[in-house]
Design a protein around this ligand. Structure first.
Ligand SMILES: Nc1nc2c(c(=O)[nH]1)N[C@H]1C(S)=C(S)[C@@H](COP(=O)(O)OP(=O)(O)OC[C@H]3O[C@@H](n4cnc5c(=O)[nH]c(N)nc54)[C@H](O)[C@@H]3O)O[C@H]1N2
Ligand SMILES: Nc1nc2c(c(=O)[nH]1)N[C@H]1C(S)=C(S)[C@@H](COP(=O)(O)OP(=O)(O)OC[C@H]3O[C@@H](n4cnc5c(=O)[nH]c(N)nc54)[C@H](O)[C@@H]3O)O[C@H]1N2
Ligand SMILES: [Mo]
Length: 563
């Protein structure tokens, strides 16, 4: 929405005007008083990175996106970034897969630190007010852009002092576009073009198009086309017939599975911000592969096993198997969220080819092909350290798989490997110091070591052939909170089981931290409706995004009882 309205896409002009709208370019050039407006559309995202790869683009400024993870054929995007002479990245996070390629970093303000408006897809413009002060050296994006423009000699065109100045220009541009469109353009916020700073600050959410009456009252439009007229010359809708094309990549005996990609409830895109909220990583702790039971059987993969998807591209995807008949046979589903910051090899776009729609430029992001195999590992482990560093220095090479999970009191890694390890002699490397507590049971493939300094837990390593047997993660993290480990805690760390924690099971309700085991036992005790569960456990009563999962548990339990 924002991209189209402000002209933030290289292939459109501002305010919904297109390069092929007659007279639009000239009108815009006059409005801005420039003779340097590009003559033709610029490159769309996938083509842009191809041009960078070819060396046609020498300076690239990336703002508010993480293309190393989100664009198809991630390995090629990374190659392009590595080869580009000057990469500038403005982001609100210091360490992302894309900032890793930056020659110049411009620290940007994040959502709660800045001030402006946002527009939702139902055309609703809302004021967004900052509730955190700006950290030192951090600027909002508009100020970064403005000051770079001024340094480049365009100070006259970039005189904005605050977001309200920019908003008024944005409104004036919508008027320009409307007048040129003979009533076809619906995006019209001219009525907001004269807002004073004070009225801008008090702006209530409002949906465009917006009208202004004689008394100065502005009115939005909750519903479009209610007069039966569409935004075309004759008011009639245009249905555009399109020939549907098959996906470019098709399954073969070598790559027999279709790969579908998408989102999960508790993460946002490339996780740069949501992964830092430890509670949000309790719902799905690791990258995963959803597989139909028939396919699991066919490819020899069991529940919770680590498995690897390999496509025609150079990089694979590793995730933990989730076997479910919700998944269509012949197809697997993987999440788009994990990046190189959080897992060794779990970037979904590595399985996606850079094939795009000729008109929109939209890549075939929901369709890849791959083969599936169980990852052969000799050991699996969980490593937890108090340190705030997000690196696994020198150790990543010993693992076939790692996945990081920042927690409240520690950083936790899931690890797996196929090399034979001498845990007793190597524990100190993993723990970054000599362990004080050790338990080894090589017959069971089990090893435990903990480093304790002045009674306080600094690091713990738990190796097992079955990670399902490891103690509850929340319990382990709590051990790092204690100033002094209790005798019980010491004992249980070595035994590898938690004490006195109610096993809540897999987290269902993030708002109130309610797990599936708790919900199932409440159902069995007779709380057999969503409302009853909400009253006893509070689950599903805040944001509501776990309601479908609660319904699923109710359905499973109640149908089982009937049988
Ligand atoms: N295979 C596959 N690929 C997909 C998709 C899919 O379904 N499957 N979905 C596609 C879709 S729909 C989308 S929208 C994209 C999302 O892909 P991206 O937009 O690349 O993903 P984000 O993680 O949202 O990246 C936003 C970046 O901006 C930073 N950031 C956040 N706020 C600010 C700010 O105010 N200023 C600045 N300068 N930086 C900020 C964040 O830290 C982060 O690094 O992924 C696309 N890719
Ligand atoms: N929690 C969370 N919410 C988000 C986001 C997030 O990252 N996290 N991102 C936001 C953004 S930018 C976007 S664009 C939206 C995306 O929102 P959605 O598009 O709703 O989300 P996805 O999970 O990417 O994909 C939805 C479903 O499309 C199905 N699908 C894939 N291919 C096909 C097909 O060919 N036909 C049909 N019929 N279905 C298919 C997949 O199985 C998947 O279940 O979500 C927004 N909301
Ligand atoms: Mo999106």
């Amino acid at each position: 929405m924002g991209g189209r309205e402000v002209g933030g896409l290289a292939n459109t002009l501002a305010a919904h005007m297109e390069y092929d709208t007659p007279g639009a370019r000239e009108r815009l050039a006059r409005f801005w008083g420039t003779d340097r407006l590009p003559e033709a559309p610029g490159l769309k995202a996938v083509d842009l990175f191809e041009a960078v790869h070819r060396g046609d683009i020498k300076v690239l400024w990336i703002m508010g996106t993480n293309p190393a993870v989100s664009l198809p054929d991630s390995a090629r995007v990374c190659e392009a970034l590595a080869g580009c002479p000057t990469v500038i990245v403005s982001d609100c996070m210091a360490n992302t897969d894309t900032t890793a390629f930056a020659d110049i970093m411009l620290p940007a303000a994040g959502w709660g630190e800045k001030d402006g408006t946002v527009t939702n897809s139902e055309r609703c413009i809302s004021r967004q007010r900052s509730f955190l002060s700006l950290p030192t050296e951090v600027w909002p994006d508009w100020r970064i852009l403005t000051s770079v423009a001024c340094e480049l000699g365009y100070a006259k065109a970039f005189q904005y002092q605050n977001p309200a100045d920019i908003f008024r220009e944005h409104a004036a541009l919508s008027a320009l576009a409307c007048r040129a469109s003979n009533g076809r353009q619906v995006f019209d916020i001219e009525a907001l073009g004269q807002l004073t700073e004070a009225r801008y600050n008090q702006l209530e959410p409002i949906q465009w198009p917006i009208t202004l009456d004689e008394a100065g009252v502005v009115t939005g439009t909750p519903r479009l086309f209610s007069d039966g007229r569409f935004a075309t010359d004759d008011g009639r809708a245009r249905l555009v017939p399109i020939p549907a094309g098959l996906p470019r990549q098709i399954v073969t005996s070598r790559y027999p599975l279709v790969v579908n990609t998408g989102r999960i409830r508790d993460q946002w895109h490339t996780m740069t911000r949501t992964a830092l909220v430890s509670r949000l990583l309790t719902h799905r702790q690791e990258p995963f592969v959803e597989i139909h039971p028939d396919d699991a059987l066919r490819f020899g993969v069991c529940e919770e096993a680590l498995c690897q998807l390999t496509g025609p591209g150079p990089e694979a995807f590793i995730g933990r198997a989730r076997i479910t008949s919700d998944q269509r046979p012949g197809e697997v589903f993987i999440p788009i969220h994990w990046s190189g910051r959080f897992a060794s090899q779990s970037v979904a776009t590595n399985l996606i080819a850079a094939v795009t729609d000729p008109i929109s430029g939209q890549p075939e992001s929901k369709h890849g092909v791959a083969s599936l195999r169980r990852l052969a590992c000799r050991w699996q482990a969980r490593l937890m350290r108090r340190s705030a560093s997000d690196e696994l220095p020198g150790l990543a090479g010993l693992c076939d798989y790692w996945c990081r999970q920042p927690l409240t009191h520690s950083d936790s890694w899931w690890l797996a490997g196929s090399q034979t390890m001498d845990w007793e002699s190597e524990a100190s490397i993993w723990l970054a110091g000599e362990p004080q507590l050790i338990m080894a049971d090589s017959a069971q493939g089990r090893f435990r070591a903990a480093r304790v300094v002045d009674g306080r837990l600094e690091a713990v390593l738990l190796v097992d052939s079955d990670v399902g047997l490891l103690p509850d993660l929340a319990w382990l993290d709590e051990c790092f909170a204690a100033d002094r480990l209790s005798p019980d805690q010491r004992q249980c760390l070595l035994a590898g089981r938690s004490v006195d924690t109610e096993e809540i099971g897999a987290l269902v309700c993030s708002c109130f931290q309610v797990g599936d085991r708790q919900i199932v036992s409440a159902i069995r005790e007779g709380q057999a409706t969503l409302e009853a569960l909400g009253q006893t456990l509070k689950c599903g009563t805040n944001c509501g995004s776990c309601v479908p999962e609660i319904r699923g548990l109710l359905l499973d339990e109640l149908t089982e009882t009937e049988q």
